[in-house]
Design a protein around this ligand. Structure first.
Ligand code: BG6
Length: 505
């Protein structure tokens, strides 16, 4: 019988009120409300029963209408099936305030919060979740603050701000947002969310690396040939043209999710599991990224956009034909990037990053490819395939280690075989959704899985030359790739130039 060792940092969260700013939007309906419902329904009592969710948005709606919309969201998107008993308990703690005009809206919000707290005997612990368009962020912080809602925490109580990506559009705007935040509250009150950090397999990366003795010994330039990170999506941009066409894949996926994955795979062992130690270790990794000079952008980064094609046997349209996309759009839906981490551990090891929409399938994984064995014994003619450790983030979460083995028989035949762990097959308990874990952590006040202001700054600083060149240099091509494939020729050429190739899951 295998024993489970629980090194638990999770503890019951104190009661609080979660104010969802922008509660009538998609994120609230698809992710936040279902995740809160799941926490209430099966969060092992970690979410305090009195915790109340107050939706706040421009749209006028009664609390009952909000509950109906929330119920629909839970029914459609919740990990757990809607159970009438759990739902009625959850619904009792849902409220809504909307349709208010500025400048008084936030003052009314404050009064409503105070009434809720008095009526439900809740302490003034408040979480403000910014589920609003990025351009409204700074204004909203200022208005909340002017209404006296984000002041410094008093005594035992707290007031926290949860900020969704994108945090800024480039380095300058990200710095402005950080500045506005710091004018009104302390870094400790800020929870910058990246839902990739709430994914089970992303958290498993630390366990895999630091709870096993084998991997750290081979993790670095002496043994690793290169690392690939692929986040492939088969979906197009859906109904998000207004946001996505202003962003593109570099801002939407690389600046946040992919650089977080890179930091997790490359960081040094933190000195403890404390949030500051873990976040500092990631910062060191990202600080060691070799800057890409403007004149190197062409050789290190590829951009492209999808044309029409076929996915799962269904024809799909190209990006420029998507609803809401201007016909002269220059927005990329695919990025491939090569980078180096100039520290002792990773010196000279290339990291290849690739993400795109409308690729062959939804599949995200990290591949750590080890060096070739010497060209002697079995590898005299250099034909042996190298060992690869694959961390599958989604779907079929798990990892596999591909090594060479002798095929049974009288011949000496060698073949690559995989040692495979599938989360689903190994563990009977389903994984919580990323938002469940992150919402609980913000109620508890644990910053480990949230992004620091400094990480935001460093990530934009690293990407800024690419953004500049893509904007200013008309000679840099915007390639086109057919939907349903693995991306443009340029993406293949980027890695092929180094004698390597992408691993397609
Ligand atoms: C979001 C991006 O942050 O992540 C989307 O804005 C993308 O464009 C999504 O589709 C991918 O998340 P997941 O969890 O489905 O891999």
């Amino acid at each position: 019988m295998t024993q489970t060792l629980t090194i638990s940092k999770i503890r019951p969260a104190p009661p609080c009120t979660i104010v969802i700013l922008g509660a009538s939007g998609d994120l609230a309906r698809r992710k936040l409300l279902p995740a809160l419902y799941n926490l209430r329904a099966c969060g092992q009592g970690l979410m305090a029963p009195e915790t109340t969710v107050l939706g706040f948005a421009r749209r006028a709606m009664t609390p009952d209408e909000f509950r109906t919309a929330a119920r629909d969201g839970v029914k459609r998107y919740s990990r757990l099936k809607l159970d009438e008993c759990c739902w009625s308990e959850f619904a009792k703690h849902l409220d809504y305030l909307g349709g208010l005009d500025e400048p008084d809206g936030f003052k009314v919000l404050r009064r409503r919060l105070e009434e809720i707290e008095a009526a439900r005997k809740l302490p003034p612990n408040r979480i403000f979740y910014f589920s609003i368009p990025p351009q409204a962020l700074r204004d909203t912080i200022e208005r909340l603050s002017a209404a006296g809602l984000v002041g410094p925490a008093e005594g035992e109580n707290f007031s926290r701000l949860v900020i969704e990506k994108p945090i800024g559009h480039d380095l300058k705007s990200a710095l402005e947002i950080n500045h506005t935040l710091h004018q009104h509250c302390a870094e400790q009150q800020i929870f910058r969310i990246d839902h990739y950090l709430g994914k089970e397999t992303v958290q498993n990366m630390m366990v895999l690396r630091f709870a096993n003795s084998i991997f750290e010994r081979v993790w670095g330039t002496r043994n690793v040939d290169h690392v690939q990170i692929t986040v492939a999506e088969d979906e197009g941009l859906g109904t998000r043209a207004a946001y996505y066409d202003q962003a593109g894949a570099l801002r939407d996926m690389v600046q946040n999710h992919m650089l977080q994955l890179l930091a997790m795979i490359a960081m040094e062992p933190p000195v403890s599991l404390d949030a500051t130690a873990v976040r500092n270790a990631k910062l060191d990794a990202i600080r060691s990224l070799r800057p890409i000079a403007h004149e190197q952008v062409r050789a290190m980064a590829v951009r492209a956009r999808y044309a029409g094609g076929v996915i799962d046997g269904h024809p799909v349209r190209g990006y420029l034909e998507e609803q809401g996309v201007p016909p002269d759009s220059r927005t990329e839906t695919y990025v491939a990037l090569k980078c180096f981490i100039d520290n002792w551990r990773w010196s000279g090891v290339p990291f290849y990053l690739r993400t795109g929409k409308r690729l062959a399938r939804r599949s995200s994984a990290i591949y750590v490819q080890f060096k070739d064995v010497p060209a002697i014994l079995f590898n005299r003619d250099g034909r042996l395939t190298p060992d690869v450790l694959t961390l599958r983030i989604q779907p079929d979460e798990g990892f596999s280690f591909d090594v060479l083995a002798k095929e049974p028989g009288l011949d000496l035949a060698i073949r690559q075989v995989g040692m495979n762990l599938s989360y689903e097959r190994e563990f009977s308990d389903p994984s919580p959704d990323a938002y469940e874990r992150l919402l609980l952590d913000m109620m508890i006040g644990d910053h480990t899985l949230f992004i620091s202001g400094e990480f935001v700054r460093l990530s934009w600083q690293f990407l800024q030359p690419i953004l500049d060149q893509w904007r200013d240099d008309p000679a840099i091509p915007m390639e086109v790739y057919p939907a349903g494939g693995w991306g443009p020729d340029g993406g293949e050429a980027l890695i092929k130039a180094d004698g390597r190739k992408w691993r397609n899951p």
